[in-house]
Design a protein around this ligand. Sequence first.
Ligand code: TXA
Ligand code: MG
Length: 351
Amino acid sequence: MVTIIEKVNSFLHEEIVIEKAASIIKSGGLVAFPTETVYGLGANGLDKKAAYKIYHAKGRPADNPLILHIDSVKSVYSLAENVCENAKKAMEKFWPGPLTIILEKSEIVPYEVTSGLSTVAIRFPQNRIALSLIKKSGVPIAAPSANSSGKPSPTRASHVAYDLSGKIDMIIDGGPCKFGIESTIVDFTSNIPVILRPGSITKYDLEQCLNCEVYEKYSLDSQNNVNFPPKAPGMKYKHYSPSAKVFIICGDPENVIIKINELVELAKTDKLKPGVLASNQQKQYYKCDFVLAAGDRDLPETIGRNLFKMLRKFDHYGIDVVYAEGYTFEKVGAAVMNRLIKASENNIIMV
Ligand code: TXA
Ligand code: MG
């Protein structure tokens, strides 16, 4: 299959591109499109055959359900049942935006989309191209992140092309994603809302909005812990992994710099090609040929925006081992560290 790649470069062109993309979705094909979080790999969310194609193209395990993307709050009521007051408040406050809500599914949602679960994940994104595509297609769009399963999520059309060219019908290039990490997932099927995946909308933001306690149920480690099976099935898989081995070094910034410089030397003596994932503040202190600055360590959202891009860049340059600074777990830091820890497969060094 030849994958069409369309860069949107004017309003007029955008309309033509969306028209073409929507006709692919309506006829059961696959289109990758930008959202404000990461690029999604979209298909008609009410068509089980189309959903199957997503799993096939990504190499995604069959027990990992998809998110349905919609373009209005009212669509929730045809896809879900028992929409509680907390869910209503959260939709009102954070949609369109990087929040996915879990509710009981309605009959029209195929089990192929929810991997057999009786619940469904729904998101109303804010990216203009994503919204026009959903509107023109006239159906909810099922879309996981548009990467090969296990690889870092794509935040640029070029990342999608690298992973999925030849496997999908079309990629809409709408430029870089605004947030760079996937949406916050909140389960509203029980009395107390539960965060299943941290994201740019934080526990604090949700508690402020809902005026109640919000639980968190995701393991920060990347192991498939049998005592704590994740409720978002996707959270148990190896994720966000570049080919390079990643180590996170946490602790006092000065000690982190010393430790990373030691590790870089050791890697070189082992004939490995080391790289450092640094903050803007500390990048100049590393004695390594390959240092990438991910963002401001005091503003985790800036790191979130670049993290996946940087992980892919290390692979592009053939780096064998990446030493990454650890960051705060406060607010958006929880989401950034969740992704980084998964990428490192739990290789954390405390100093
Ligand atoms: O920001 C995002 O959410 C991006 C963009 C494209 O919207 N999408 C995304 O999809 O990250 P994906 O498939 O890569 O991650 C979806 C996660 C998986 O961990 C999956 O297990 C979980 O959502 N999920 C989907 N349906 C669920 C359900 N009914 N109950 C619990 N978890 C669910
Ligand atoms: Mg994903």
